[in-house]
Design a protein around this ligand. Structure first.
Ligand SMILES: [Zn+2]
Length: 342
């Protein structure tokens, strides 16, 4: 990753954050998919950079020194990154913290939380070792994935940090952090980039018809890019509402349940918006379904929310998605071309 140039919309907020930084802990927050984690790494890279301050514009990392290279190679000894195991691969940043104990021979699902053991190991490391830099930096992302025990372990050090210690807590759900943790941090809010900047960036990532996927992702370029990488291209996306109206669950075949449910929620959102005389948000150009029933759409919406809350349970994925699509078909009034054949 060459962070600063990779996500151009973060350059200005980064310069501002470096200029305005006062405390030893920053809370980087904002809507999903702005690049909170990448921003946290850029902050750490700037703080750890070894080029003299007066030779760097706006306190930004030089990108040339040994420290910058170590961060880019994900091997800086003074940077600890706390991630849930389940996210390590997606972010390309393996944790070097001790693995959690598990029963002998049992395969364990990768943890979706930042565990207290990870937090303690990072803090101990900060206190006990002398690094190469003036600073030591701990990044936690998504910070709300620390459970209460892990957050409390961090809180003690947030209150009385060792000299030179810095923290970046990065999150897409700041409201789910402990208030005591939030209040110890200087808040840095990130915003979604304006549409043209996002479209230009997506085109540079070889995303075809970027406007379709950008709308699909609610304006988040990183989310749009992730979907494209996961095989959801703009044609697949644009075909979803029609597929649901036909009751054809095969438009979602092979999708992981959480992604499929999320997509159906977006179909439902736009159908509700159109039925109420509003505009679609996620499917540009979508027209109101003539047979749509508001009360049935609301019931579908409630059912989708209910499933989304439990989407990590071991469902029979095929049956679940089929049932949700059938409910959606009925709420949308079905496909006019197929009426009477059911
Ligand atoms: Zn540097």
């Amino acid at each position: 990753m060459n962070p600063a140039s990779d996500l151009p919309w973060l350059a200005e907020p980064l310069a501002n954050a470096l200029r305005q930084q006062r405390g030893h802990a920053l809370l980087v927050y904002g809507p999903t998919g702005v690049g909170q984690f990448e921003f946290a790494v850029m902050l750490a890279r700037a703080w750890l950079c070894e080029t003299a301050n007066d030779q760097r514009a706006a306190g930004l990392a030089c990108g040339q020194c040994a420290s910058c290279h170590l961060v880019d190679a994900r091997g800086h000894p003074d940077l600890r990154v706390l991630l849930p195991e389940a996210l390590e691969e997606a972010l390309g940043w393996a944790s070097d913290e001790p693995p959690e104990e598990s029963g002998e021979g049992k395969r364990r699902q990768p943890s979706k939380e930042i565990r207290v053991g990870q937090v303690r190991a990072a803090l101990q490391f900060s206190e006990l070792t002398r690094g190469r830099s003036r600073h030591k930096v701990v990044i936690a992302y998504p910070a709300e994935r620390m459970n209460a025990i892990a957050a409390n372990a961090l809180l003690k050090t947030l209150e009385e940090p060792p000299p030179g210690q810095r923290f970046v807590l990065a999150t897409e759900a700041a409201d789910r952090l402990l208030p005591t943790v939030r209040s110890r941090c200087q808040a840095v809010r990130l915003e979604l980039p304006v549409r043209d900047v996002a479209l230009h960036w997506l085109a540079g990532q070889k995303v075809a018809q970027p406007e379709v996927l950008l709308a699909a992702a609610g304006g988040s370029p990183l989310l749009a890019r992730d979907w494209e990488l996961a095989g959801v291209d703009s044609a697949t996306w644009a075909a979803l509402p029609g597929g649901v109206r036909r009751g054809d669950a095969s438009v979602l075949s092979g999708w992981p349940v959480p992604r499929a449910v999320d997509a159906l929620q977006r179909v439902c959102h736009d159908a509700l918006s159109l039925a109420a005389g509003g505009q679609p948000r996620f499917f540009a150009g979508l027209r109101p379904a003539p047979g749509a029933q508001l009360s049935e759409l609301l019931a579908w919406s409630r059912e989708l929310s209910r499933v989304a809350r439990h989407a990590e349970h071991p469902w029979n994925a095929g049956l679940l998605i089929e049932a949700l699509v059938t409910q959606g078909r009925d709420a949308l009034g079905g496909d006019p071309g197929q009426r009477g054949r059911r």
